[in-house]
Write a protein that binds this ligand. Structure first.
Ligand code: ATP
Ligand code: MG
Length: 595
């Protein structure tokens, strides 16, 4: 897993620009919310004038209640309107943030699906999940609170200054001179908080990866009695995270305290000066009272901005990870292939697949596959065999487009495949990986994943073909039986058969199977073997096989060793040739399990 180092000033600017650009889909709602909030402040100023006038009339002019009702009714109206506007404005900004977040998640998911599983594996599944979930969530306050806060802290004090200056310019001057202190102090504190926030975010990514891993392997940890050590390790990482979080909070609290203090001192200063001027009779009561009422309101948006500054820091820290994902290059997008008009495109039927000089080495490692050149026909059973670690799964991952940088080495119908068109190839492939994924849903829904509109009859036929119908029918709820995450509640062989049924249901012209008969008893294995052989009569079936039973019926056998294709041919040809296959066959015979 990689974490981002702390962004420098230029990167920060890019991040801010990125966050701003993301607000586009909801900018109308945000602007509407800000307009309502600002209008609310104008109502508040009008309210202050009405209130001050009413009190002045009653206390100094001896007016009765009926003489000030013309001031009190509008005041009541203003109070009610303000409540409505405030609620509306907050709802609108929350709605805008929601819209931005869902668009952001969509964009990230689209990009991640283009980058393929190898990117996620490389960057850590936990960390990627963390960015998608927590990261995007951290943007909420940035859009719903911080951005409107910035606008309010510009508009509202300005509106107050505009009305205060003509009324009493001395009070206006005090406001004007004390106001900049708050943002100044905020920025001073902010830079320290920023560094801490970045550190916290990185720790969260580490924690995410660590947790994800350990929760997945909980049974193993328990069996190997490693829970205690792991718990200690998790406790240590959590504790580091807690320390950093508390560090961030400490700064946040301290800065809010300092900002409150500054605002309070400023209001007190205004109050004392107004008091003296009233005492010496150089100011009339209603003006003084208006200034006093408006003084806290003047500093309020600035103080709030101080507390929302935290949301800004969190938003920027989280955005760094998103930018990393969104900026990750899609390999070969800008090579000459983009301009190549003779790529395989759209829904042409696939007549042949060729792989030319494909080399894929795992990042930060020397392992992978080297210089693989291979021709695959339109139909037939092709078996790939080789020792464990020889690169069979890697070859299939490349063919499935999971390592986007090697996609241009794949030629369909003689034309190179563009990275953008890999989904078209994927749509024509039914795939069962070494550990098929089943989801927390019913068995029926898991199979139907391949073809959501499949009829019950098709469903049963696919299950029958995969040798799964019998055991599904013995379950009390049949196809409606719920299975847990990762197929919990099913045996390894049952999971594999459900995954097979899914692939059969898709009825794709190409079927790729990574050890389909591992975990199966010999009777079920034979049944499935037969189904696969039948399927291969009209489609291309690529199968990785450890058991040599599969291999006997194959039209072509591809033998891999140390990341290279060393031999190819029929079972008869390879078993007489003294090569890798011959050795594999002998080893199997000696093991006695496969022959
Ligand atoms: P098996 O029969 O055990 O499934 P395989 O032939 O499918 O083996 P691969 O999984 O393709 O083997 O692995 C080929 C080589 O690449 C191995 O040496 C393995 O260590 C290495 N490898 C596999 N996955 C990764 C990874 N994510 N990062 C680094 N190296 C990897
Ligand atoms: Mg494998």
């Amino acid at each position: 897993m990689t974490t981002n180092p702390r962004p420098n000033r230029a990167q920060q600017q890019t991040l801010r620009a990125f966050l701003k650009a993301q607000s586009k889909p909801a900018s109308l709602w945000l602007k509407l919310s800000i307009a309502l909030g600002t209008f609310n402040a104008i109502l508040m100023i009008a309210g202050a004038y009405l209130l001050a006038q009413a009190i002045h009339n009653v206390m100094f002019e001896g007016s009765s209640l009926s003489e000030v009702t013309h001031l009190l009714w509008p005041l009541a109206g203003i109070v009610l309107l303000r409540a409505i506007f405030l609620a509306l404005s907050e709802r609108l900004s929350a709605f805008a943030a929601l819209k931005i977040k869902s668009t952001m998640r969509q964009t990230l998911l689209t990009k991640l699906s283009l980058l393929g599983p190898s990117y996620i594996e490389q960057h850590g599944q936990g960390a990627t999940l963390n960015t998608l979930h927590n990261g995007v969530e951290e943007l909420h306050d940035y859009y719903a609170k911080y951005l409107p806060g910035v606008a309010y802290s510009a508009f509202i004090p300005l509106a107050i200054l505009v009305v205060i200056f003509p009324t009493d310019y001395k009070a206006g001057l005090i406001f004007l001179l004390t106001a900049p202190l708050i943002p100044f102090f905020m920025i001073l504190v902010g830079s320290k908080a920023e560094a801490l926030n970045q550190k916290r975010w990185q720790q969260l990514a580490v924690l995410g990866n660590y947790f994800f891993d350990r929760v997945q392997g909980l049974t193993q940890l328990k069996l190997f009695n490693a829970t205690q050590t792991e718990l200690k390790q998790i406790a240590k990482i959590s504790d580091d995270f807690r320390h950093t979080t508390l560090g961030v909070l400490k700064i946040a609290f301290l800065s809010s305290f300092a900002l409150e203090f500054l605002a309070t001192i400023s209001v007190a200063l205004v109050a004392v000066i107004i008091g003296f001027r009233l005492f010496f009779g150089t100011l009339d009561f209603s003006t003084g009272f208006v200034v006093l009422l408006l003084a806290p309101e003047f500093y309020l948006p600035l103080r709030q901005l101080g507390s929302h500054y935290h949301a800004r820091l969190q938003g920027i820290s989280a955005a760094a990870d998103m930018v990393t994902i969104l900026n990750a290059p899609l390999p070969n997008q800008d090579t000459e292939l983009v301009n190549n008009t003779t790529e395989y495109t759209t829904s042409d039927t696939i007549d042949s697949i060729n792989i030319k000089n494909l080399t894929y080495i795992y990042p930060d490692s020397n392992e992978g596959i080297h210089n693989v050149t291979l021709s695959l026909p339109k139909k037939g059973l092709i078996a790939v065999v080789g020792n464990s670690g020889s690169g069979k799964s890697t070859l299939f991952d490349c063919l499935l487009g999971f390592h986007p940088q090697v996609i241009p080495c794949i030629y369909i119908n003689g034309l190179p495949l563009a990275a953008n068109d890999i989904t078209q190839l994927q749509n024509q492939v039914g795939w069962i990986p070494q550990n098929p994924t089943l989801f927390f849903d019913s068995i029926g829904a898991n199979i139907k994943l391949a073809k959501p509109d499949a009829s019950q009859q098709e469903l049963e036929q696919a299950a029958q073909q995969a040798g799964a119908l019998e055991f599904i029918n013995t379950l009390p709820s049949g196809f409606d039986t719920l299975i847990g995450e990762q197929g919990e509640g099913l045996s390894g062989g049952q999971k594999q058969r459900i995954a097979l049924a899914r692939a059969f249901l898709k009825n794709a012209p190409i079927l790729i199977l990574d050890e389909p008969t591992a975990h199966l008893d010999s009777q079920t294995e034979q049944h499935i073997q037969h189904a696969i052989n039948m399927y291969a009569k009209n489609n291309l079936v690529l199968v990785i096989a450890h058991r040599l039973n599969t291999v006997k019926h194959a039209d072509n056998i591809i033998v891999m060793d140390q990341g290279k294709i060393t031999e190819q041919g029929s079972f008869e040809k390879l078993s007489t040739q003294h090569g890798v296959f011959y050795n594999l066959l002998n080893a199997a015979k000696q093991g006695g399990s496969d022959e």
